[in-house]
Design a protein around this ligand. Structure first.
Ligand SMILES: *Cc1c(COP(=O)(O)O)cnc(C)c1O
Length: 486
């Protein structure tokens, strides 16, 4: 008998049409990204572009980039993608790199590379990296995975890393410094030129995380925007990560990591000469590497070209500026820091207006708005596609602020209560434990399994993780109130 929590594999295969129809039907409860109400997860333009990505991905969906000498087509595509990337990053001829599966892989690889380089060249045994508080969470992941301790640079009031504090954190165990162009939470471009000077003076590598900015900031600059220098024109910059599956509008699974020259990149390469399966070498984290993702990325770069990306950057910036303008016209809200790229965050400047409650109101109106913490805010990762929804967004936002202002109790309800508590409880270790518990529950055999074929079932199953969250939070509140009453 089959274990009740596991859905059995069909005994005999199902016909192609049924399978494809099933796949379409699974989408029924996914976010509807084509209408411009989703931010940051999907970079959608139109059906013609979508079709090109599908067709090009499909042509290489079986091809494997594991061994670069086997499928010469894929190595050729990788070379062309890296060359195109290097050229928009103002690289010299020596800049080289690897196509990866995404920004996280690119960031992880940089940490591994610089850790191993410091180990080899300077015998560093307790590696550390210096990263601003606003560094993407991938860097925290890299720290855990690769045992490189984080020294976190605090920010000033404008969300810029404090460089005097950064300087003091440098020691003989420092294997790398990180800056972002821009950082993900608020869209601020770190002061890369100043960071480059510090890095060069101490002879420490400086990685620029341009995962989100790499395929849009160069085109904004070409359009005449005043963007501070952050790429290979800055002498101290030794490597850059840039995602093609964000503002390069590639199919999912495509990012790049480039290095100033091969002396850095060689530390990224893994070699095992004694494996019984043969002598093995690999340039990135994955073993099998998806050919389709290379083809999709290469196709996107060809499809748009410089002119196409400039136009997308222009339209994106137009949407950003109109959104910012609309938000500035709402007295209870303010833009955080000085964001210059395609994304920004905003916060409440009125104690009566809880920003997470505003987020709930926006969610009720069908906007999938992301939330920031430390400080609390709402996030907007804007694409050209959002231009068409700017007016609606601002109108809904104005209404949301008015509702929250008139009903301050909304701060203690729904998502605002949950999120506010998670963001503000001082017991970070316990939050970590609780989130870990909840998250692993999603992966318990059979749990969190959503049967999309029946609405009724979905309700029951989908509620399970939510109930656990509620219980966990009830436990916190209880504990806090008890503490407070002592
Ligand atoms: C998106 C992003 C990453 C991680 O990229 P994934 O493709 O989501 O793995 C890293 N850094 C920054 C600044 C990003 O915006």
């Amino acid at each position: 008998m089959t274990h009740p929590t596991h859905k059995a594999m069909p005994q005999s295969g199902i016909d192609e049409q049924t399978i494809l129809a099933q796949l379409d039907s699974f989408k029924s409860q996914d976010p509807e990204y084509k209408n411009g109400r989703v931010w940051s997860l999907v970079y959608y333009i139109d059906e013609a572009h979508q079709q090109l990505l599908k067709d090009s991905y499909f042509k290489y969906s079986s091809e494997n980039g594991l061994n670069p000498t086997a499928f010469k087509s894929l190595k050729k595509m990788e070379n062309e993608i890296i060359s195109a990337t290097a050229s928009i990053l103002n690289a010299t001829d020596e800049v080289c790199g690897v196509v990866t599966s995404g920004g996280t892989e690119s960031c992880l690889l940089a940490v591994k590379t610089y850790r191993d380089m410091a180990k080899d060249k300077r015998r560093v045994k307790k590696p550390e990296m210096i990263i601003p508080e606003t560094a993407h969470v991938a860097w925290y992941k890299a720290s855990e995975y690769f045992g490189v301790k984080i020294r976190q640079v605090p920010l000033d009031g404008e969300l810029v890393p404090d460089l005097n504090k950064l300087k003091k954190m440098i020691n003989r165990n420092t294997v790398m410094i990180l800056g972002s162009a821009p950082e993900y939470p608020h869209g601020t471009i770190d002061p890369i030129e100043a960071m480059g000077e510090i890095a060069q003076k101490h002879n420490i590598p400086l990685h620029v995380d341009a995962c989100v900015g790499g395929f849009i900031l160069p085109f904004m600059e070409m359009n005449g925007e005043d963007i501070p220098k952050w790429d290979y024109r800055v002498p101290g910059v030794t490597s850059i990560s840039a995602d093609i599956h964000k503002y390069g509008y590639a199919a999912k699974g495509a990012s790049t990591i480039t290095y100033r020259n091969l002396d850095y990149l060689r530390y990224q390469i893994f070699v095992q000469p004694n494996w019984s399966g043969g002598v093995f070498a690999s340039s990135a984290l994955l073993g099998t590497r998806p050919g389709g993702a290379y083809a999709g990325a290469g196709a996107a770069l060809q499809y748009f070209g410089i002119d196409g990306y400039k136009k997308l950057a222009e339209e994106t910036l137009q949407a950003v500026n109109r959104l910012k303008h609309g938000i500035r016209s709402i007295p209870e809200l303010e833009i955080m820091g000085n964001p210059q790229g395609p994304l920004f965050a905003y916060q409440s400047r009125d104690t009566k207006v809880n920003i997470f409650a505003v987020g709930d109101q926006m969610d009720n109106k069908g906007w999938k708005v992301n939330k920031n913490q430390k400080p609390d805010g709402l996030h907007a990762m804007v694409t050209a596609q959002h231009l068409k929804v700017v007016d609606e967004y601002i109108a809904d936002l104005k209404a949301a602020v008015a509702i929250v202002k008139a009903n301050p109790e909304l701060a203690n309800q729904g998502g605002a209560a949950t999120y506010g508590m998670i963001a503000h409880l001082p017991l970070r270790g316990m939050i970590k434990q609780k989130v870990l518990e909840m998250y692993s529950e999603l992966y318990r055999a059979g749990s969190g399994l959503i049967d999309l074929s029946t609405q009724a079932n979905t309700n029951v199953e989908e509620q399970a993780p939510k109930k656990r969250l509620d219980r966990a939070l009830a436990w916190y509140v209880n504990r806090q109130t008890k503490k407070a009453s002592k």
